[in-house]
Design a protein around this ligand. Structure first.
Ligand code: CP3
Length: 345
């Protein structure tokens, strides 16, 4: 039986009113039930590799808000972990990795041969979710884009201005290209297997694309994405792919044209009329509410939601935030957002 999934229809280029809706980081610490489930596992990576817990937290936001898509619960840093780099999540400090800064450290640390076996628990989660989510809900698989994952691998933690990795990419391009190549290969395999197990769409998070110069953006954000899209579509020609090169500004246009993605995640800084005129003819747009406006709520949030719907809702569009939900977000504001997007209030 073929059930209509509105999220997938929008990615095929249909204009839907109201637009389908999901929210980046819809499963997470802003939900009390997430915090309760999360308390069952001390180690965040173990949590991601526990299918029972990962399935449960993926479903939690769907129970509250009946969203049009579920996103696999995992993290972008499972790839460096699967490659053999030491990755830890220290509460209050975010991710901490044993940094890799040159070719010798890369050669002695990274090993591609066990990636899929290591990530088997994530694939188990995907196949269980494919069976357990509501039949009108689409299942999104995801990975980090190579540039963004590399920022954590090289700097060893979240960075403010990415000075170190941008310097290394200029001064040791051979090392950096090798690192990106490894990530292209392992990420492609990882995403292909997610689709094999039931993911119906893939999103690539290039959260730190916005710090790159124009030339570096082509080399380290667009080029690797072109290769990943080609690799995935060679095996799964019809699976829709969403790219999210956060902060790309005017380079969003080249990103869509070169990578041939089906959908594009826009951050909250993108001018909406420009996006409608220049980007929407090229791909389904997704975004763009400022995640901090969702924290604030009230009149300002409502006005901005209406503005987004008016400008982007006339073409292929998926309502989302411009970046993930933050922990201090009141769940009632999410409820209000859903009602407004669906035209229920
Ligand atoms: O609903 C969902 O979207 C859940 C799945 C998901 C997580 N991380 C769970 C998570 C997804 C899609 C991600 C992507 C991710 N992870 C990105 C790209 C998207 C973005 O927000 O820019 C990045 C850069 C990461 C790396 C990462 N993971 C950081 C920097 C942190 C620590 C900061 C923080 O928010 O805590 C994480 C941990 C993390 N990943 C948490 C969750 C729910 C919080 C950890 C916890 O519960 O203890």
């Amino acid at each position: 039986m073929n059930v209509t999934k509105r999220f997938l229809q929008a990615l095929k280029g249909e204009t839907l009113t109201p637009p389908p809706l999901w929210l980046m980081r819809q499963a997470g610490r802003y939900l009390p039930e997430y915090r309760e489930t999360r308390a069952k596992s001390k180690n965040f990576l173990h949590f991601c590799y526990s299918p029972d817990l990962a399935v449960e937290v993926t479903l939690q936001p769907l129970r509250r808000y009946a969203l049009d898509a579920a996103i696999l619960f995992s993290d972008i840093l499972v790839i460096p972990d699967a490659l053999g780099q030491k990755v830890e999540f220290v509460s209050g400090h975010g991710p901490q990795l044993e940094p890799i800064k040159n070719m010798a450290q890369l050669e002695s640390t990274l090993d591609q041969s066990h990636v899929l076996r290591h990530l088997e628990p994530v694939f188990t989660t995907v196949s269980r979710l494919a069976k357990e989510i509501p039949e009108t809900t689409a299942l999104i698989g995801f990975a980090g884009a190579p540039w963004t994952v590399a920022t954590y691998m090289v700097e060893g933690k979240g960075s403010k201005n990415y000075e170190e990795i941008r310097s290394i990419a200029y001064s040791d391009p051979k090392f950096f290209q090798r690192l990106i190549d490894i990530l292209v290969e392992s990420t492609s395999k990882y995403l292909i297997e997610q689709v094999n197990r039931g993911a119906e769409c893939l999103q690539l998070f290039d959260s730190w694309a916005g710090v790159l110069s124009e030339q570096q953006f082509y080399k380290w954000s667009i080029e690797p994405m072109v290769r990943i899209v080609e690799n995935v579509k060679a095996v799964h020609p019809t699976v829709p792919i969403i790219g999210f090169p956060r902060g790309a500004g005017p380079l969003y246009e080249a990103y869509i044209r070169e990578t041939k993605i089906d959908g594009v995640g826009l951050d909250h800084t993108v001018p909406l009329e420009w996006a409608r005129d220049v980007l929407q003819p090229l791909a389904t747009l997704q975004g763009t509410l400022d995640n901090l406006l969702l924290v604030a709520g009230g009149e300002q949030m409502e006005t901005e939601i209406k503005r987004i719907l008016e400008i982007l809702g006339q073409g292929p569009f998926i309502f989302n935030l411009g970046h993930g939900i933050v922990p201090q977000t009141p769940p009632e504001h999410v409820e209000r957002l859903c009602a407004l997007v669906r035209g229920e209030v």
